[in-house]
Structures are given as structure tokens and as C-alpha cells.
Design a protein around this ligand. Sequence first.
Ligand code: HEM
Length: 476
Amino acid sequence: MNNNNAFPRVSRLKFFLSITKLLKKPIEVFRGFFDTHGDIFILGQSDLDVVFTQNAELAEQVLQKNARNYSKPEKQKKLLGEYLGKGLLTSDGEYWLKQRRLIQPGFKKQKLAHFTTLMQDKIDEFDLRLIALAESNEVFDITHDLMAITFNIIASCISSANVEAKALSRIEFIEVEIMEHIVKTGRLPFLKSWYKLNGEDKRIAELSKEGDQIIYDLIDERKASKETHNDILDMLLSIRYEENNKGFSRKQLLDEMKILITAGHETTANALSWTLYLLAQHPEVEARLLEEIAEVTGNDKPSLEQLPQLEYTKMVLQESMRLYPPAWITDRVALEDDQIEGVKIVKGSTVAPFIYGIHRNPKYWDNPSKFIPTRFSKANSKNRKKFSYLPFGGGPRLCIGNNFAMMEMQLILVHFLRKYKWKLITEQEIAYQPLITLRPKYGIKMQIQKRAQLKTRKDKTNLDHDQQAPSKCPFH
Ligand code: HEM
């Protein structure tokens, strides 16, 4: 018997009638249901209910307050796990906790410090492409290029030893193919048997095996070498289980590396794509951003120490992820009955915090659809409702790469803006493609031009000085 009757229900029939639209435009469908039913609604009439929510308190209950009572859905773990194996993103319970405690220290801010150089090197390499694009005035899809640069960054931070470019681009190709396959079978499970028949399953399995072998080779080479690289692979290899002083097995290393590659680049690429899109439409924000960059870094690359001073840059990224959260929804299954606001969440039902909706809920945000980066200033953040902002999730399963991602995005954004002017092509359709992450469906087309050097404070002082000089000059 279930007690969820205090929340409005959407019948499965109604839901299935919206299925074609749901597959194409899930965000719009969910928003429609929330507009009609309020911040929590239940899909279905049975114990296998799905509770969709854009209520911050329910999100907090599930992700933090009673997180022990919730696990990731089995189906999702199975689907992702088939190709990504058993790592942080795809495990639960004791195993997950143990792995998380061992891996997390490697992602602390101080440990990430030396990655700024690696990241900046990859950004500099990528600049050759930007120079060519600026010179040719070519229209290009920024999302596509951002996927490439963020992939190169995460791959080089995982293994900073010179990995052959061919192997790297092969892993990138395989990763994209596998993710597309996962999304297709996750969304349309009835296609599974068709993929068996038409050979798609076999092709993906072979690609997956090939990708695994490339990563195994990296692991084996590193184990055999005496050199230290101070990268994520070295960090993973240095981990020891307390009880037996043993390290991760080859398979565990493979799985964690695959998960970091997958979780660690598409999210970042999407966040940056939407940020450039927003900036192109808000010249006043861009101008303030450029002022900050000129003030803090001048025309140089930002140093590690300068990153915290780029406060407005950080606010712009935070506000962009509020409007376009790369992880737009998450879900958990109740292991036992739970209680929230006097209403029972039945054991076995799924609770799905709709992060996109929480981020635009007028109960928590003034002018929710407006791009206002200063909402994230220290003063304005003081009274923010807990769990009303979840770009990196929340609670014990908070994104392990959040500091890594913020650092990387600041470095890329500063480079892109400092050196180039970004123009949005007006004749194009911008739409959501909410797959695993919130992607721009048709990409985002832009053109770039080289920007003149930024006027730093020193330049401005000199200019003021030059302008005043004539009146002071004894010869005039
Ligand atoms: C803007 C960039 C990023 C966003 C928006 C993002 C978002 C998220 C979110 C929302 C979760 C929690 C999912 C849930 O609770 O269901 C998560 C988990 C995770 N993220 Fe990220 N992420 C980003 C970048 C990264 C990077 C760069 C890495 C790796 C270097 C990474 C690795 C992970 C891992 C391993 C998990 C699973 C953690 C666990 O369950 O213990 N992410 N991410």
C-alpha cells in the first residue's frame, strides 16, 4: 500500500502519450508537468513510482540527509557498467564508499595545483586551431571543438606521459561511439534486440575491447617504468587498501580511468559551450569579464595564484551552469521507506531531482531565466536555499571533479576571451539535446576574430599620464 497520495500524480498512460515529445524534448515535457502539478509529482500508480521533483528540500533529503537510504538505479548502473565497468560513477554501497575515500584526496584543490600547467599546455596547443579559425573567418560549432579540447585535457591529466596521438584520438572516437550507443539503448530499450541482429552490439563490444586494451597498455607501461609523472594515473597507482596494503587491480584501474575520462569532459565542454553562447548575447557581462581579466592577468596566462582572484569569471561560469546545468537530472532508488514533509517515499520507488527545474524555480531564484552572474557574489550567495544549486550534485556523491572542472573552465574561458572576439551566428536554431548531459542539439555556431591586446591597469595609468603630460611639459 503506498502513501504517496499527498503528491499529485501523472498517470503512466498520460506519460506514455507524451512519449514522442518526451524523447525529443524531455525538458519541455517535465516543465509542463511541473507547471501543472507543482514542485513534486509522481508518475504512475504503483509501488514502482517515480517521484519527480524540483523541490530543494526533497533533493537534499535524497542526496544528503538520508543518502544512505538511496542508491543509483540498477538499470543505469548496468547500462553504464557494461562498458565503463565498476568505478565511482557506477558502483554503490560499501564498495563505492571505500573507493571514494581512497580516490577523493587526489582531487583536493592543493593536489590539483600542478594540473594548471598541463591544462594550459593543452590550451596553448589548441590555440593553433583558434588562430586558423580566426584567420579564415570560418563558421564553426564551438561544442565540437570544446569536446576535443576538454578530452585532451582530461586525457593528459590522467596520463601525462606522451601518449601517441593516434591512440588518444582512437580512445576519443571509441568513447563517443559507446556513449551514443548507451544513450540509444537507454532511451529506446526495445532496440536492444535489433542491435543484436544488425551487428551494432558486436561492433560496440569490439570497440570497447579495443579501447580497454589501449588503456591497459598505458597502465602496464607506467607500472613497468620507474618515472613519476604526478598525474592521475600515478595517483591511482599509489593508492593502497588499508587492510592488506594492496593497490588497485588492473581492472579496477581501467574502470576508474574510463569513468574519469567519460565524466570529466563532456560535462565541461557543455558548460563552456553554453557560457560562450550566453556571453555572446550579454555584451555587458563580457565587458566586465574582460575588465577583470585585464586587471588580474593582464595579457598573460593566469597563474594558479590568480585563479581565485578571477571572481567574476567564476560567477559567470556558475550562473551559466545554473541556467544550463550539464547534469540536468539525477535519480536515486529508495532502499527502504522514507518520509518527507509527512509523505511516504515507498521502498523501491525512484526519486528524480530535476536539477534544471530546481535551478529555475522562482521560489529560490529572482528572475530565474535571466543571466545575472552577480547572484553568485559572496554577499548574494549568503542566504541561498540549500540544495537549490546543484550543478555538481550534492551530498556524499558530489562530483569528485568539481574543483578540477572549475579550474579548467576558468583557464579556457580566460584564454578564449583574452585572445578572441566571439560572434554568435544569428541564423541558427539553438535547442537542447538532454542526453546524459545537456548538449546543444545542433551545436552552437560561431565565428571568431583576433582581439587586440587588453588594456591593463598599467596601460591605462600610462595613458592617463601621457594625456596629462602635455600640460605639465615645460616646453609647451
Ligand atoms: C562542469 C563539469 C562537470 C559537471 C557539471 C559535473 C557534474 C556531476 C554531477 C551532477 C555528479 C553527481 C551525479 C549524481 O549524483 O547522480 C557528478 C559525479 C561525478 N563526476 Fe562530475 N561533473 C563535471 C566534471 C567532472 C570532471 C572534470 C570529473 C573528473 C575529473 C568528474 C568526475 C565525476 C565522477 C567520478 C563522479 C561520480 C562521483 C561519485 O559518485 O562518487 N566530473 N558530476
